[in-house]
Design a protein around this ligand. Sequence first.
Ligand code: NI
Length: 252
Amino acid sequence: MIFFDSHAHLCDEAFDEDREEVIQKCFDSDVKFITEIGYSEETSKKAVELANKYETIFAVVGAHPDECNKDINLSYIRELAQNKKVVAIGEIGLDYHYDNLNKENQKKYFVEQIKIANELNLPISIHSRDADMDMLEILKQNKINAGFIMHCFSSSVEVAKEIIKLDGYISISGTVTFKNAKNVVEVVKIVPEDRLLIETDCPYLAPQAYRGKRNDPSYVIETAKKVAELREKTLEEIAEITMGNTMRIYKI
Ligand code: NI
């Protein structure tokens, strides 16, 4: 049984003391593949460096919506994407959660990064928070040629259905294991088998059994167990399904 954590932030300072040990712990468990996600120029560079060190770690580069409330230069994305371990552009999108946002800038840079991904024929890892309507509108107006993943999906079943219609993949994080999980539990049940991914988004969002602690890619198995229970499948089946889907969207 092999698992793929489709969305991790191992370059986060939370792992500065023991990054190599954590990665070894994951490889010693059944989590053999990881995608390291950048969200700024600095973290995108680090993601590529990490991916170059480990055969089964891949990198995603881009500018997160939190970065896009100010004016920024996206030229680093094209440069970094020349590296063959870069498998997608991300995490990019819209985040309307906090105050002092610049929604127009967020939308502008999101669309610009979709264009870069299309130019490079790469898929996109999307972050969307409190922005369902604008997100769906942009996705309907801007076709993403190589496909896209809605990372850490937290919207409603209705939004999930729209995403699936647009050929998107839905990635489930440890939030599905939380005692108060509602939407995401229903979403897991309706995602077509060939559209389902799992992730940790570590060091954030540790699953219920480790809640409040630092998350790491080995805990993606907790999410897989919950998904297996909800879909009435075995853990082996969920490992195989999500592994195949992650390899397909990232073209690994
Ligand atoms: Ni993330």
